[in-house]
Write a protein that binds this ligand. Structure first.
Ligand code: MG
Length: 165
């Protein structure tokens, strides 16, 4: 079988002193997300999904938050590095499907820009990237605005034979 599936999820606390970066796009908002890197919860979930598809560990294994090199890191770079590991093993992305859970801001107007940005980071066609947004109906940490969550599922297929590293 030359196709594999990966899934990833992430959550971050909201923080009024931070700017909001989601899917590699800066979004005007009165709060952002707390984290060692730029705290891009969506790109972190996608990074974990890609790493998971080839059983390559997780984002914390490759880019530990105890490492000063990743303080304030651009999560787009981390995602690019993770996808490079997938490509090195002869696989490429078939499609990616993601959901962001947040009460605010309304993400619908930002989805086209986010989708486009993710497809640019990964250098794949825009129709292989899907991003959806959900509220939590006011329930729990997400619903009460203390956290934001993201989920991602990806399919990868083998396109080249290469020696496993
Ligand atoms: Mg994270």
């Amino acid at each position: 079988m030359d196709i594999r599936i990966g899934q990833g999820m992430d959550s971050h606390r909201t923080d009024k002193t931070r700017e909001l970066v989601l899917g590699g796009v800066k979004i005007e908002n009165d709060f952002g997300l707390l984290g060692h890197s730029d705290a891009d919860v969506l790109l972190h979930a996608i990074t974990d999904a890609l790493l998971g598809s080839l059983a390559l560990g997780d984002i914390g294994t490759h880019f530990p938050d105890t490492d000063e090199r990743y303080k304030g890191a651009d999560s787009a770079e981390l995602l690019r590095s993770a996808y490079a590991l997938v490509r090195e093993r002869g696989y490429e992305l078939v499609n990616l499907d993601c959901t962001v859970r947040t009460e605010r801001p309304k993400l619908k107007p930002h989805i086209p820009a986010i989708t486009k940005r993710i497809s640019e980071i990964l250098n794949v066609s825009a129709d292989s990237v899907s991003v959806k947004a959900k509220t939590a109906e006011g329930l729990g940490d997400v619903g009460e605005g203390r956290a934001m969550e993201a989920y991602a599922v990806c399919l990868v297929k083998k396109v080249a034979s290469c020696d496993a590293k």
